[in-house]
Design a protein around this ligand. Structure first.
Ligand code: KG4
Ligand code: ZN
Length: 335
């Protein structure tokens, strides 16, 4: 079965053709980073307008890349939320039109479950996790832990109470006068910084608590800058980046360990944009060596928002006959 996956939940317009939920035939991503960079964050109105312009060329490019005709697909999967309503609606309206015109089934995918399915896509590391496993979705919009029982059934273990981890990266980058999106810039600068230079308090909330809270950490960076002034040298800047990043990575790693202890599960999937973070990836490999835990991280290109992960998850919904009606609409928050 070949599915067309469409993703427009935030600021990336993406379409992909994926066979049997894992073999990526093509995946096209039109990033809007430069459009939003001058505002230091995503402007919803601009994002949805750009999706409207990009969706047709992106889908056409994906079909061409896979050498697949639209009428030959077995179904169309689309992100229904959570995300920005205006952005989501562009993808949903387009997917409905495809389903209507081709008579193929329409599948509506939860964005977080789609992120987790990136781990099943063919990549360098062909090993995939066995169910059940713990999944951490860590992105610009979400920081959520789940116990994943099978492709469909996800038991929520904890979400963020305020900022998502990626949002904290982006906001701290803005405080430091770096560009947008800031996660990758902090990641790069932190590589040459000292993670022990500034001792930022780790927001664990309470022992064994699986919720997250990153807004205090962002404020701690702001207070540090108020007390010590903006960094004068590149060394100072790199030290702040490394210290902040280490605090986030400590919290994410610790909560993953608590989640595996609570659920008595040894497999862990970490996905979403922040899963591209080099230090987080390093620490997860350390955890794997030190504890009896196996970690699975999608390839970086499938960690950030993309249509392939949507097609991968939609394949399993389609197999279970969990189809969407033509009245499906955007769901902006986690149900
Ligand atoms: O999954 P994603 O593309 O979109 C959402 O669903 O939010 O994640 C984007 C987020 C942004 O906040 C970005 O700064 C962060 O992922 N990010 C990173 C890195 N690469 C992307 N954060 C830390 N280190 C990175 N290397
Ligand atoms: Zn995402």
């Amino acid at each position: 079965m070949v599915l067309l996956g469409i993703e427009t939940s935030c600021d990336d317009t993406s379409a992909a053709l994926v066979r049997n939920g894992k073999e990526v035939l093509s995946c096209v991503i039109a990033s809007q980073d430069t459009l939003h960079a001058e505002y230091g964050g995503v402007v919803p109105e601009l994002a949805s307008r750009r999706h409207t312009e990009s969706i047709v060329p992106v889908v056409e490019k994906a079909l061409k890349g896979a050498s697949v005709e639209l009428e030959d697909i077995d179904g169309v999967g689309v992100t229904m939320g959570p995300g920005l309503p205006g952005s989501l609606l562009v993808g949903i309206a387009f997917a409905k039109a495809v389903a209507y015109a081709t008579g193929k089934p329409l599948v509506a995918a939860n964005h977080l479950k789609a992120h987790v399915h990136a781990v099943f896509l063919d990549g360098d590391d062909k090993e995939t996790p066995a169910f059940p496993f713990v999944a951490l979705v860590v992105s610009g919009g979400h920081t959520s832990l789940f116990l994943v029982r099978d492709h469909i059934e996800f038991q929520p273990l904890g979400h963020t109470r305020d900022d998502a981890a990626g949002e904290a990266f982006d906001k701290v980058a803005k405080l430091l006068g770096l560009g947008y999106p800031g996660g990758v810039l902090i990641d790069r600068l932190a590589r040459r910084g000292n993670p022990g230079a500034v001792e930022f308090k780790r927001p664990y909330i309470a022992k064994d608590n699986l919720e997250f809270s990153f807004s205090g950490l962002k404020t701690a960076v702001l207070n540090h800058l108020k007390r010590h002034g903006t960094p004068n040298t590149e060394d100072e800047l790199m030290d702040i980046c490394a210290s902040f990043q280490e605090a986030v990575v400590d919290v994410l790693t610790q909560k993953i360990l608590w989640a595996t202890e609570k659920t008595d599960v040894r497999g862990v999937v970490v996905c979403g944009g922040v899963a591209c973070n080099l230090r987080l990836r390093e620490r997860l490999k350390e955890v794997e060596r030190e504890r009896d835990i196996k970690t699975y991280i999608p390839e970086p290109r499938y960690c950030s928002d993309n249509g392939a992960m949507v097609a991968a998850y939609a394949y399993h919904l389609l197999r279970e006959n969990m189809l969407a009606n033509m009245d499906v609409t955007a769901i902006s928050t986690i149900e």
